[in-house]
Design a protein around this ligand. Structure first.
Ligand code: C2O
Ligand code: CU
Length: 431
């Protein structure tokens, strides 16, 4: 694909995402699929991976506090495992091969059972060779509904991703090349949002759940046709809804927007060449708009930080134009690359810790902690947003504060999955 093709956008794409709703007990089948990623008619389907016949995988829906019982069947020719991103679950269900479970081999089945404690927008994805398997499509939305959901006409999930495709619309298999890993990661030459097939009414109120499922791309998003606010980030409600012009979503980050429809919805990203349309929903008819303000979502029950018992520093190192470091892969944290036998830190259960994330590299990194949410500390020292993935720009520092209350072994890594493959990962232990 050349640059002109890259500027081709998803506007003409008429494909349906895999919209089956899975609740309670269900089967998730990892398998090879053919998916219409590029606009139908002009391009053939792409041979890829998916769940239950398509990509993204089915939208998994649970009620807050409702037990999910998922049977993962691996019908691929390679191993896999599924991670439930952002869910504060039991360690054994976290889906990280070697650290929390064995690889699910071809032909075998693995049961995941957990009760999501928090309502919000989450997602699931492969955590085995994830820089490759997520790029191939092993990902899907995981929505945990509030007991009393906000009053909206449509609850819309938009999965954002990009693909690197050849002239025939097939995935190139150049995963984890030295060049991509050492730079910003493996960027696709085509990007789009997967949206449900529906029409909007002018005046309707919608909830839009944006999920960045790309392996390495940060999406600088603009939403046109809506008037509303951000109500949650990474599944966690904001104390009060927030105005926005653009929304920057690092890989794995989510944003929930509640808004009133004023015109056709266009989800686009800013690029150097201009605005790139990722997806749209057209208007059909109108309804009486609501007079009420954009609601605040009920907060989740995340433990409040106590006195800081440990003050830690985690320095990101390496990559192109980065300094030397002591690790033996392209990227490192504190001079160590890849998962080491010993954790970066150990915590007594319930301990509050502050971690200074120092980006001593020439690229941004989206740092994700498993099994917990943490507060981003603002410049004035106060606790900011509650997140599971924080974007730290090149040369910058971000402090986070977390109550480590979930026992087990938890990964802490860059969610630019090519960087993770290049060594930017570690783990912590909660005793
Ligand atoms: Cu979204 Cu370690 O993963
Ligand atoms: Cu990174």
């Amino acid at each position: 694909m050349n640059r002109r093709d890259f500027l081709l956008t998803a506007s003409a794409a008429a494909t349906l995402p895999n919209v089956s709703r899975a609740m309670g007990q269900f089967d998730l089948i990892a398998e090879a699929v053919e998916a219409q990623i590029l606009p139908a008619g002009d391009y053939s389907a792409t041979r890829s991976f998916g769940f239950n016949g398509g990509l993204p995988g089915p939208e998994v829906r649970a009620q807050q506090g409702q037990r999910l019982d998922v049977h993962l069947h691996n019908k691929l020719d390679e191993g896999t495992a599924v991670h439930w991103h952002g869910i504060r679950l039991q360690n054994a269900m976290d889906g990280v091969p070697i650290l929390t479970q064995d690889i699910v081999n071809p032909g075998s089945t693995h049961a995941y059972q957990f009760t999501p404690p928090d309502a919000g927008t989450f997602w699931y994805h492969s955590h085995y060779l994830s820089h490759e398997q997520v790029a191939r499509g092993l990902m899907g939305p995981l929505i945990v509904e509030e007991t009393t959901p906000p009053d909206v006409d449509h609850d819309i999930t938009a999965i954002l991703a990009d693909w690197r495709l050849d002239e025939a619309g097939q995935l190139t298999d150049d995963f984890a090349t030295m060049h991509d890993v050492a730079h910003a990661g493996r960027m696709g030459n085509f990007a789009r949002a997967f949206l449900p097939d529906l029409l909007l009414q002018e005046g309707a109120r919608i909830r839009l759940r944006l999920i960045n499922a790309a392996t390495d791309r940060i999406f600088p998003l603009t939403l046109t046709g809506l008037k509303g606010k951000i109500v949650a980030l990474d599944g966690m409600p904001l104390a009060s809804p927030r105005e926005f012009e653009t929304i920057d979503l690092a890989p794995a980050q989510r944003a929930d927007v509640i808004a009133d429809v004023e015109d056709a919805l266009e989800i686009a990203m800013a690029t150097r060449e201009g605005s790139y349309l990722l997806g749209q929903l057209a208007i059909d008819g109108e309804v009486e708009p609501r007079a009420s303000a954009i609601p605040t979502l009920p907060s989740n029950d995340v433990p409040h930080p106590g006195n800081v018992a440990q003050d830690l520093v985690l320095t990101m190192q390496g990559g192109a134009m980065g300094g030397r470091h002591g690790g033996d892969n392209i990227w490192a944290f504190n001079n160590l690359s890849d998962l080491q036998p010993a954790p970066f830190a150990s915590f007594q259960r319930g301990e509050t810790a502050r971690i200074r994330l120092v980006n001593d590299t020439s690229f941004p990194h989206g740092i994700h902690l498993h099994g917990h949410h943490f507060f981003e500390v603002r410049d004035d020292g106060s606790h900011g947003d509650l997140r599971d993935t924080t974007l730290v720009q090149a040369g910058e520092t971000q402090d986070i504060v977390c109550v480590f209350d979930n026992p087990g072994k938890w990964m802490l890594h860059c969610h630019m999955l090519s960087h993770q493959a290049g060594g930017m990962k570690t783990w912590v232990e909660v005793l």
